[in-house]
Design a protein. Sequence first.
Length: 254
Amino acid sequence: MIAVPRPQSQAVFMCNGESRPLIIPPTYVANEKTRKQMEHLVTEILATKGYRVTRTTLPLKLLAVRSGLGSYGRNNICYVQGMGSFLQLAAFYSDLPCHKDNWQKPQMMKNCQSCYACRQNCPTDAISSDRFLLHAEQCISFHNEKKGDIPFPTWINRSSHNCLVGCMLCQRVCPQNRKFLQWIEEKEEFSQEETALLLEGVPRDQLPVTTMRKLKHLDLLEDTDILPRNLSTFFRKQKRDYPKLDYNGHELAV
């Protein structure tokens, strides 16, 4: 099991003449690129000793916690010492002999025992007091990663949305992430015209090449079907902030 520090990414959208920066959580961008880098590095190191490495597809969070590399936060997210939850995990098989068994029961971070910041700041009560397991069906991430033709449940308040995909509310208030909150690297800006195309749900193969390049940089090419729904949660609200005026400049009653 390997953990690599990962920053947040940011997409800035123009709408109604104003820019709106939206965060993409650490685990959403450059996943495949980072995995390949990890595999190359480990292969290179172990090859000098005659051992081999190959990638595997397994439940990474669970493996990280069971192996002792990480711990679960109260929000069920994996934390690694020195990285908080701003990380990416990868698992590999190897014929390297294992002389020590660190396998352990899943456990919550000691710091979480007396901290309830994530629970108190979850707007959908996905982190509850009745059990440790997250109520995934109430998590914003669960809903904004669904197919784009599936609307958000009416019980999710529009103001609760905070990321282009996923959600960062429980991670932003976590004391373990305090020093990583301003860590943003990959950034792209979408013009008013580009934002309009994405809101309208223009098919991916009809988007301008420059727009496609930006989406690819942010690993969003496969998410173009969900962008219209997710973006609309931010910009519909913004549009309503502009009052309707009569010819004399007086605000009309709505």
